[in-house]
Design a protein around this ligand. Structure first.
Ligand code: FAD
Length: 365
């Protein structure tokens, strides 16, 4: 049974694991990235909206999300320079349509520094196809990216990094020891039916919706899979990301628009369904009727790793400091990827971080 070691083992190669591995390796640590591929991975399924406003009750949380968003231009540029894979950022802002006149009045009152209220005339000037709408808030600095392009760039950057070794196997268990002892990680390689162990001074649990199911993880991780179905349709109607209730439309700028999404508690079932397609079409039609009937190009589903408060778990285990968590990113894992990498690295190396990680602490549960 071969036994190798590393400074840090990162479990999971979604955006949380990849961004963490990259930041740790950039800090000079010897990283091993352990990941299998499985149905329902959230990162390739995501829409890719950089949305700093929805689902966050507190101003302080929205400020944190804006910090995360503002890391994106330099993060995307750096990854692009290293790999030649450009990750285009749509920074045209996100439009949130007013569902009713009553909501329009309320929403108008919430406009602020980087949020503009657009009445029907202003909105039509910006997005001519939305002439039927009552008005919208324009979150001017939000936007979107294509997660598939992002994953390609991140995998390339991590794969060629001199401080990273990628092991494409399933982690079957972790066994953390005392603070100064290495963590032993058991692996299984499905094609060859062989088992191995690896040891690392730290382990970062970044296994998305499956994080809580990893054997040996010291704390109970309150993360539930929430299935989201999305569709790609042939439409060039919109230029901006547009949201209305649970519905959204994300123009990719190449003749495709992504529409979504469902929120379903179906365990680890990651299949997409006829009911899901119907639901998505209805949500999209409420934004723009032609989107509801646009030609479907493809449809898919992924599992959001949701915590109870919608915030990720980024921090050190209370009892076993060699175990760190970078999971539970829910609906915002793309937005939070660069910040996650920096926070995990600062927790391990003591380097300064762009923000205080306390709101994401595992100790809050
Ligand atoms: C439909 C949908 C739409 C979304 N839209 C957006 C959006 O617009 N904006 C946004 O910011 N976020 C969005 N999200 C959320 C975002 O996709 C997630 O928060 C993020 O991708 C989570 O990344 P992750 O790396 O934690 O998990 P994942 O991407 O799921 O990756 C987990 C990885 O761990 C691996 N793994 C698990 N268990 C093991 C094991 N035992 N051994 C080895 N490997 C293991 C898996 O194979 C996988 O590679 C959306 C999600 C969905 C599903």
């Amino acid at each position: 049974m071969p036994h190798t070691s590393a400074d840090v083992a990162v479990i999971g190669a979604g955006v949380a694991g990849l961004a963490s591995a990259l930041a740790l390796a950039d800090a000079g640590l010897d990283v091993v990235l352990l990941a299998d591929a499985r149905a329902g991975e959230a990162s390739p399924a995501a829409g890719g909206i950089l949305d700093t406003n929805h689902g966050f009750a507190l101003d302080s949380t929205r400020a944190l999300m804006r910090t995360a968003r503002d890391l994106w231009p330099s993060f995307a540029a750096t990854v692009g320079e290293r790999t030649g894979v450009l990750v285009p950022l749509n920074r045209d802002g996100v439009l949130e349509l007013a569902p009713s006149m009553h909501d329009a009045e309320r929403m108008r009152g919430t406009a602020g520094d980087d949020v503009t209220w657009l009445d029907a005339t202003d909105l039509t000037a910006l997005e001519p196809q939305l002439s039927h709408a009552l008005g919208a808030l324009h979150f001017r600095h939000d936007g979107a990216l294509n997660p598939l392009v992002l994953l390609k760039a991140l995998k390339h950057a991590v794969g060629k990094h001199i401080h990273v070794r990628v092991v494409s196997q399933t982690v079957t268990a972790i066994a953390p020891g005392r603070p100064d002892e290495a963590v032993t990680i058991s692996l299984h390689d499905t094609p060859t039916l062989t088992s191995t162990t690896i040891s690392a001074m730290r382990v970062v649990v970044a296994a998305g919706a499956w994080s809580g199911a990893l054997s040996g993880v010291p704390m109970h991780l309150p993360i539930a899979p929430v299935r989201g179905q999305l569709m790609s349709v042939a439409s060039k109607a919109l230029r901006h990301v547009v949201m209305l209730g649970k519905g959204y439309a994300i123009p990719r700028g190449d003749g495709r628009t992504i529409i979504g999404s469902t929120e379903e508690h179906t365990g680890f079932d990651a299949t997409h369904t006829a009911e899901g397609v119907q639901q998505i079409r209805a949500l999209a039609a409420a934004i723009l009727p032609s989107l509801g009937t646009a030609g479907m190009l493809s449809t898919w589903a992924g599992l959001r790793p949701m915590t109870r408060d919608g915030l990720p778990i980024i921090g050190q285990d209370a009892e076993f400091p060699s175990v760190l968590y970078a999971c539970g990113h829910g609906k915002n894992g793309i937005l939070l990827a660069p910040l996650t990498g920096l926070l995990i690295t600062s927790l391990i190396t003591g380097a300064s971080a762009p923000t205080d990680p306390t709101p994401f602490s595992p100790l809050r549960f």
